[in-house]
Design a protein around this ligand. Structure first.
Ligand code: ZN
Ligand code: ZN
Length: 443
């Protein structure tokens, strides 16, 4: 008995190694084609709401691998926009349903990386204005990594069971893509997942590593338009006016007390006034001032409380300035994105699998959370479906080291200079995603 278990102990790491070797060998075999796919996608980025060619390519590749593919999914508020969502399903016996998401869209950024495959694309944005376009958020890395993972998993069908759902999500950058998919009955037309996974590159983590944040990882984002109305007049005769510039100034200062005085220090929140516009010249008191705010929180009740505070502060400042009730401020709240909550139990389960695949030192288990936002959270249906985003290191380790030691700039996401290291980032992305899916769907 003792001998047998000793033998088992000796054999287990060998078996794990053999399996790992074969995944590595498969990645080696496919690397040249992965790199050419990545460079092709990088050189041909498309803006949110316009991912026509990208989605067709993504769908075509998955069809070749034997997935059942549905294209043009997603219903936006603006009915003129086509939903370019792609859902690819592979059924492989009884077992859990696992969804893995990639985004399809790029950004209105003019690329300045100087890489040979840099984008020179210009295209019209939603407003009809021509802009430069770049995959400055690495969604080309995510697509390539997911396609290569799909190929491996279609060859490794004897090692997993259940239903694999690969999702090409449009319009992540505009924050409305995941909602558009759900509005188009994503989870009734296709199997609702038991787990949802996404990979996102992160420039401040070294390529070769992954990391994650258990619990709240990214904030919800809400945009607010605040229209402060007064009664305009001559700049030399303030007594005949109700000056909205002064009220706006008071409101901007009073808004600072929401986070500092009304909110628990244990609940992260941000209220930022990003834009303020009023008036036309020196000696005219304008009729109105317009402000644009962003609010970031993790918890929904905190978000609701902050939105109510903004309205209360704006209205009371106008009232105390003597602005009549029919000229009270107008507060318009636009839904942005929900927060991203990484299910801690799911991450506990995935950690050993990722450590086996990548080496313990390459798995950072507690990356600090951020107040940036992402719309992947919607796919968890308010935390009902265990979900997680896994950060994929993307930068040259030497540059990350220099950045940490000397503060040397390291181009971040959405930067015109963001250039992930393709080969090892793709390799790590494929290994990590394969390990996660095989863990969740193992036989
Ligand atoms: Zn982005
Ligand atoms: Zn992104």
């Amino acid at each position: 008995m003792r001998k047998a278990s000793l033998l088992l102990c000796l054999l287990l790491p060998l078996a794990a190694n053999a399996q790992q070797l074969s995944v590595d060998a498969m990645i080696d075999r496919d690397m040249a084609s992965m790199l050419s796919t990545y460079k092709m996608l990088h050189a041909a980025p498309e803006l949110s709401h316009r991912e026509e060619k990208t989605s067709a390519f993504f769908a075509g590749e998955l069809k070749k691998l034997g997935f059942t593919v549905t294209e043009r999914l997603g219903k936006f508020e603006n009915a003129e926009w086509t939903g370019y969502g792609v859902v690819a399903v592979m059924k492989n016996g009884n077992g859990p349903t696992v969804l893995v998401r990639t985004e399809l869209d790029a950004l209105p950024v003019e690329e300045k990386t100087g890489v040979p495959y840099a984008s020179k694309v210009r295209a019209k944005n939603d407003a009809g204005v021509e802009v430069a376009v770049m995959h400055a958020c690495g969604h080309d890395i995510h697509m390539t990594s997911l396609l290569a993972t799909a190929k491996l998993l279609s060859e490794l069908k004897s090692q997993w069971q259940g239903t694999l759902v690969l999702l090409g999500q449009p319009s992540e950058e505009t924050g409305d893509g995941a909602r558009a998919l759900l509005k188009d009955s994503l989870y009734t037309r296709f199997p609702q997942p038991d787990f949802a996974i996404a990979l996102h590159d992160k420039p401040d983590i070294e390529t070769g590593k992954v990391g994650y944040t258990p619990g709240y990882a990214m904030a919800s984002a809400t945009s607010i338009d605040l229209n402060i109305r007064g009664i305009g007049g001559h700049g030399s005769a303030p007594e005949t006016t109700k000056d909205p510039v002064v009220v706006a100034a008071q409101v901007v200062m009073a808004l600072q007390t929401i986070v500092s005085r009304e909110n628990s220090p244990l609940d992260p929140a941000v209220v930022t006034v990003g834009s303020i516009h009023g008036g036309t010249r020196y000696n005219i008191i304008p009729d109105e001032v317009n402000l644009q705010l962003t609010v970031r929180t993790y918890k929904e009740d905190v978000r609701q409380r902050i939105l109510a505070s903004i309205e209360r502060i704006a209205k009371s400042a106008a009232m105390s300035a003597g602005i009549p009730a029919d000229r009270a401020p107008i507060v318009k709240v636009s839904e942005g994105t929900t927060s991203t909550y990484n299910d801690p139990k799911l991450l506990e389960r995935l950690t050993p699998a990722l450590q086996r695949a990548l080496g313990e030192e390459n798995v950072l288990v507690k990356v600090p959370p951020m107040m940036a936002s992402e719309d992947f959270g919607y796919l968890s249906l308010d935390h009902k479906i265990p979900a997680t985003i896994i950060w994929l290191g993307a930068s040259d380790p030497q540059k990350v080291k220099q950045h940490r030691e000397t503060g040397a700039p390291l181009p971040g996401l959405h930067s015109a200079l963001f250039a992930p290291v393709p080969e090892s980032t793709l390799r790590t992305g494929v290994k990590a995603t394969t390990a996660v899916v095989l863990e969740l769907m193992k036989k």
